[in-house]
Structure formats: C-alpha cells, structure tokens
Ligand binder design. Sequence first.
Ligand code: DQA
Length: 146
Amino acid sequence: MKILVIYGPNLNLLGKRDPAHYGTRTLSDINDALARKASELKVELATLQSNSEGTLIDFIQEQTDGAAGIIINPGALTHYGLSLRDALADTGLPVIEVHLSNIHARERWRTKSVIAPVARGQISGLGWRGFLAALDLLVQLLEEND
Ligand code: DQA
C-alpha cells in the first residue's frame, strides 16, 4: 500500500521557522519518524515538498495510480490553493490534512481551509506528531475500509 506524503510552501524551512508555531523538528526529522512508522505499518511512502503549487499538482497527478491515500500539509496554500484542492479531489483518494500549528487559534485568515471540504479529516495543532497520527489513522481507515 502506497501513501503520498506532501508538504507545501516553506515547510522545507521547518527547524528555522517560528518554533512557537511549528516546533523545532526539521522536515527531515519528521520524514525519518514517518519512515519508521511506515515500516512498522508495512506501507510505502512517496514524499514530496515543494514551494510551487504546480509541482505539487504534477506529483499528485503522476502518483495517483498506485496510491491508496494522501497526507498533506499544504502550508499557506491551505487558505487559497484552489488548483491544489481540485487536484486532491480529482484523485478520489482519502486525504488527511495536517497542520503543525492550530490554524483555528491563529489569525482569522488562517482559520479557513479550502482543502478541508475535500479531505476525509484534519489534524491541526498537534505538531510533528500529527503526521504520525495521520499515517496511523489513514492506514486503519484503508484497511478497515470504513
Ligand atoms: C501550516 C499553517 C499555515 O497557515 C502556514 O502557512 C504554514 C504551516 C501549519 O503546519 O501549521 O506554512 O500549514
């Protein structure tokens, strides 16, 4: 079973971005933790970070066949990335949206997600552990098919 793990703009700078919102772990720390969890769960990950919406969409389109689900932190595209939203919806795959910070407790413009309506669910505010929880839950949802 292959799961896509996708990170949007500026998430390459984790570790240097405001730790009060995003913690101190780097993207490679998070990917290492996800790789360990994936091997426990016996699933395969295909991972991409990009600062460009088009590159994210190309990856989603290329990887859809053969993928079982998607975990995505869209960065600020969360709030206005309608092409990204359409690309996710077009896959027909279950999507879990993850945010390190609690987007509902920050500036008002961050509280709106254009991705959430096409996601199976959202994890927000639980830091890097949110990605691990998302992987666990997505695999359970796919295996139990409910
Ligand atoms: C974020 C929240 C977004 O509002 C922000 O633009 C990010 C990160 C988060 O993980 O908390 O880049 O998606």
